[in-house]
Design a protein around this ligand. Structure first.
Ligand code: 6MZ
Length: 365
């Protein structure tokens, strides 16, 4: 985190690139397809919510601890695991429907301010029980609040007014949703809230938890109900069997695919499937899934003409923005602003929203 924050010449250079990216002369409208609400909370909002709940000082401490283990050369898997401790802070701060509504609205505003034409946010509906055993929040009230947040930010338009369009994907969390029933409840809520901006279902969370078999039925049901499917795939080593099943399932998109690209057999299947891959450069480097951006698997995917899009994953946790990710990609892979614009337009074709919305947004872009 410190490395990303510091005022080194490289950090300043990236900042300048990112600024140029959306300057009036070189305007590139971004398309964000992989951003978790809980990882994109505004730091000042998080601090305010944490203060109200009496644990403000913990925010920085948890972030520092999570990423200091990367500096201490712990294994990549360990760094990724620590990352999930960081999300626990956001979950503790966003423990009411009104907090969820606020952070969802702010996420849309922030991506809009970052130059996005379209943002597909994802979040996990959660049941939360209060100290007296009563429900503080249910998956249903969570989903309602998230949809209301998108509406508050004016994100539910169809793109014809030129404003940033926002849609929601409901995540099944591999840690939290540990039964078939819990996964199915999320799918049913997603279907019920399609008229309020929900367009799909995601499988995410700590990748060493749960199993493909636990979620497959719920994901099949989601597809049956007309929802798009996006899956986190190949974030950790030794999950070859699961990754092969995910590719065979033919989701609308796959996220990360770090170890998928490293395995010749899986990589062949991925390329043949033509499934678009969401790539999160800073996230993968900070969680030590990749040693550096220049060694990121984006390079191989670009070389082979695979369908990809650059995304942020978690702007708060990894201290990044979509503009910044685009600037990093230009710097690391020799892409031009025109390449990025073309890629963003192509990414819009991978979005889960209705076709007429895609057309309107692409017109704007
Ligand atoms: C897998 C991730 C993730 O749902 O509370 N999440 N899952 N891999 C990642 N790579 C770093 N980054 C975030 O947002 C936070 C949740 O998103 C998932 C985790 O389940 C995390 O708890 P919501 O809005």
């Amino acid at each position: 985190r410190q490395k990303v924050r510091c005022d080194s010449p490289r950090a300043l250079f990236l900042h300048a690139c990112a600024r140029a990216m959306t300057s009036t002369r070189g305007c590139v409208r971004g398309v964000e397809l992989h951003a978790h609400v809980g990882g994109c909370v505004r730091p000042e909002t998080l601090r305010e919510l944490a203060r109200e709940r009496g644990f403000e000082s913990k925010c920085d401490e948890v972030l520092e601890r999570a990423f200091s283990c990367a500096a201490a050369n712990s294994s990549p898997g360990e760094t990724l695991k620590r990352c999930f401790d960081v999300f626990a802070i956001a979950h503790a701060a966003c423990d009411t429907p009104s907090a969820i509504r606020r952070v969802c609205a702010e996420c849309v505003e922030d991506f809009r301010a970052d130059g996005c034409a379209y943002v597909e946010l994802r979040t996990t509906p959660k049941d939360l029980v209060g100290a007296n055993g009563e429900f503080k929040m249910t998956k249903r009230s969570y989903t309602e609040a998230a949809c209301a947040g998108l509406a508050d930010a004016g994100g539910l338009g169809d793109g014809s007014d030129g404003r940033c369009v926002a849609r929601l994907v409901l995540s099944i969390d591999r840690g939290r949703d540990d039964t078939k029933e819990k996964a199915m409840e999320t799918v049913q809520l997603a279907a019920e809230f399609m008229h309020r901006g929900v367009v799909g279902v995601d499988l995410s969370g700590a990748p060493h938890k749960g199993s493909w078999e636990l979620y497959e039925d719920a994901l099949k049901e989601a597809r049956q109900l007309g929802l798009g499917i996006v899956l986190h795939c190949g974030e950790v080593v030794d999950t070859k069997d699961e990754q092969a099943k995910m590719i065979a399932f033919k989701p609308e998109r796959l996220g990360h695919c770090v170890y998928t690209v490293r395995d010749d057999d899986l990589y062949g299947r991925l390329l043949a499937s033509k499934i678009p891959v969401e790539l999160c450069l800073t996230s993968n480097v900070m969680t030590r899934s990749c040693d550096s951006v220049s060694e990121h698997h984006a390079k191989k995917l670009l070389r082979d003409g695979a369908p990809i899009c650059f995304c942020t994953d978690d702007t708060w946790v990894f201290n990044t923005t979509l503009r910044r990710e685009y600037a990093i990609a230009c710097d690391a892979f020799g892409l031009t602003m025109n390449d990025i614009r073309d890629m963003a337009i192509r990414a819009m074709n991978f979005a889960l929203c209705d076709e007429h919305v895609k057309i309107k947004v692409i017109e704007q872009m």
